[in-house]
Design a protein around this ligand. Structure first.
Ligand code: PAF
Length: 470
């Protein structure tokens, strides 16, 4: 079904509740399903008499209702929720605007699609990019994320703040969507594709149906960190494709390729529970047929940090990801911040090689005690598991010191080392404070500097990092 994007705004009465009520009524329209909602953002009114700030949001819906009738239904919802015709730019109990309806372009006086003022309003651009970053604006020919990023300085300067705490009514709606997605996912197991030809057929059909594709490359042994990437992809794209491939090219001769955990059936169940539509699980021969000779490499970003300790590793990662990008041709690809260097390298690779793919770096997911989730945590004995907490503790200490005013990177590094060295059996590969763009050590840390460390504990080599000011 086509995707429609609907903007909501309210500055009279219980503003968040009015937006939630409107969203709920839209969700109940025939052949219509709410699939994502942005956060609520507050913004100053534009024009009109003095009045309260607006609360705004954008909804992403799938709908079988054509744009004209859908707009009429939105106007009906506005009336039902108590909107009375009044002053232009005056206070409103609820505004429900049809911003996009698929790629339809309509200008007929009563219906303007895409909505004409989108690019002038930051309170619309921000939430639009949140729920439909890869959606293409049919007039401007760019994604909604690009539209937001290219907004004029005066639009970017408009004040917009996310409403906190999240009002209960809005949270409930979000939970309803998440529940529905996981119920739907339970009913529909992710389809498993074994060959490049099957993958290409699947992708071509999705493209013909006008669906955007979100891609999560993995090596399997999935955990909550991977699932968070899949859920993010699900929120931002129509179809989510996950690859599961333990890539021999990125393992060194003495590394854990042969014992890397593999459980396709279990991984497929987890993917299905996260709403993944298809899994690409090729054999090594399908990815690297006999006679395979090409590889992708990069200078600079691959040299420091893990590059020093795992020669050839990033060449293997780039080669396999470049192949996967060409096979899947996704709109967006999602990577975890835990592999900070990997995400930076892949972003650079996408830029250098003109892959028209949005690279999204998603936050690290941690266990309740702070350990960053990783497939390699499975190698740890209970004792090693508790020793592994020294990584996140060292990062917490570096952030604490920076908050207290310490800027000397050397001091931060030494404090981190002290914490890790206190753990018998922890062997440090590196502890660094780097610039997030160049990945080179800094002398003076700033809130955007990144602290990274790699530590061997028992049979596992663990990595973790934190942006110091976050
Ligand atoms: O991060 C990983 O799991 C791998 O390096 C990746 C990106 C799937 C490439 O094999």
């Amino acid at each position: 079904m086509p995707t429609a994007l609907i903007g909501l705004g309210s500055n009279l009465g219980a503003r968040a509740a009015a937006c939630a009520r409107a969203a709920s009524l839209i969700d109940r329209l025939p052949q219509t399903r709410l699939v994502a909602l942005s956060r609520l953002v507050e913004s100053a009114p534009i024009g009109g008499p003095p009045q309260r700030p607006f609360v705004n949001a954008v909804l992403r819906v799938e709908t079988g209702i054509r744009p004209g009738p859908l707009l009429r239904k939105l106007k009906r919802i506005e009336r039902d929720l108590g909107r009375v015709p009044g002053l232009r730019w005056g206070p409103r109990r609820i505004d429900a605007d049809l911003l996009y309806w698929g790629e339809a372009v309509v200008r007929n006086g009563s219906l303007d699609l895409p909505h004409p003022r989108i690019a002038e309003r930051r309170f619309v651009l921000d939430p639009l990019a949140e729920v439909a970053a890869s959606f293409r604006d049919p007039v401007r020919g760019c994604t909604l994320e690009a539209l937001r990023d290219r907004a004029a300085p005066e639009v970017r300067g408009q004040e917009v703040s996310v409403m906190k705490p999240v009002p209960r009514t809005w949270k409930f709606l979000g939970e309803r969507i998440a529940r529905r997605q996981s119920d739907g996912a339970r009913r529909a197991p992710a389809r498993i594709l074994r060959t490049v030809a099957a993958l290409r057929r699947y992708v071509a059909a999705a493209r013909r149906a006008g669906r955007s594709i979100g891609f999560v490359p993995t090596m399997g042994a999935l955990h909550e960190g991977h699932l968070s990437l899949m859920r993010r992809a699900k929120r931002e794209c129509d179809v989510v494709l996950v690859s599961i491939f333990v890539n021999p090219m990125q393992f060194g001769p003495r590394e854990d390729f042969s014992k890397y955990p593999r459980d396709l059936a279990g991984d497929a169940r987890l993917c299905s529970s996260a709403g993944v539509d298809a899994i690409f699980a090729p054999s090594v021969e399908a990815m690297y047929p006999p006679g395979f000779k090409t590889c992708v490499d990069m200078r600079d970003l691959t040299e420091p940090l893990c590059g020093r300790f795992r020669p050839g590793h990033f060449r293997g990662v780039m080669t396999v990801v470049a192949k996967l990008f060409l096979q899947v041709q996704p709109d967006a690809a999602f990577f975890g911040q835990k592999d900070f260097q990997q995400a930076a390298i892949l972003k650079q690779m996408a830029r250098d090689l003109d892959f028209p793919i949005r690279i999204v770096r998603c936050p690290i997911v941690r266990e309740p005690d702070g350990l960053a989730m990783s497939s390699r945590n499975a190698y740890l004995s209970p004792e090693e598991r508790s020793q592994a907490l020294c990584l996140s503790q060292a990062l917490t200490e570096a952030r604490r010191l920076l908050r207290g005013g310490e800027r000397r990177a050397g001091r931060l590094r030494r404090a981190m080392k002290r914490i890790v060295r206190a753990v018998s059996g922890a062997r440090i590969d590196y502890i660094s404070i780097v610039d997030p763009e160049t990945l080179r050590d800094v002398e003076q840390a700033t809130p955007s500097s990144v602290a990274l460390l790699a530590v061997r504990i028992g049979p596992a080599r663990l990595i973790d990092n934190a942006i110091l000011g976050e």
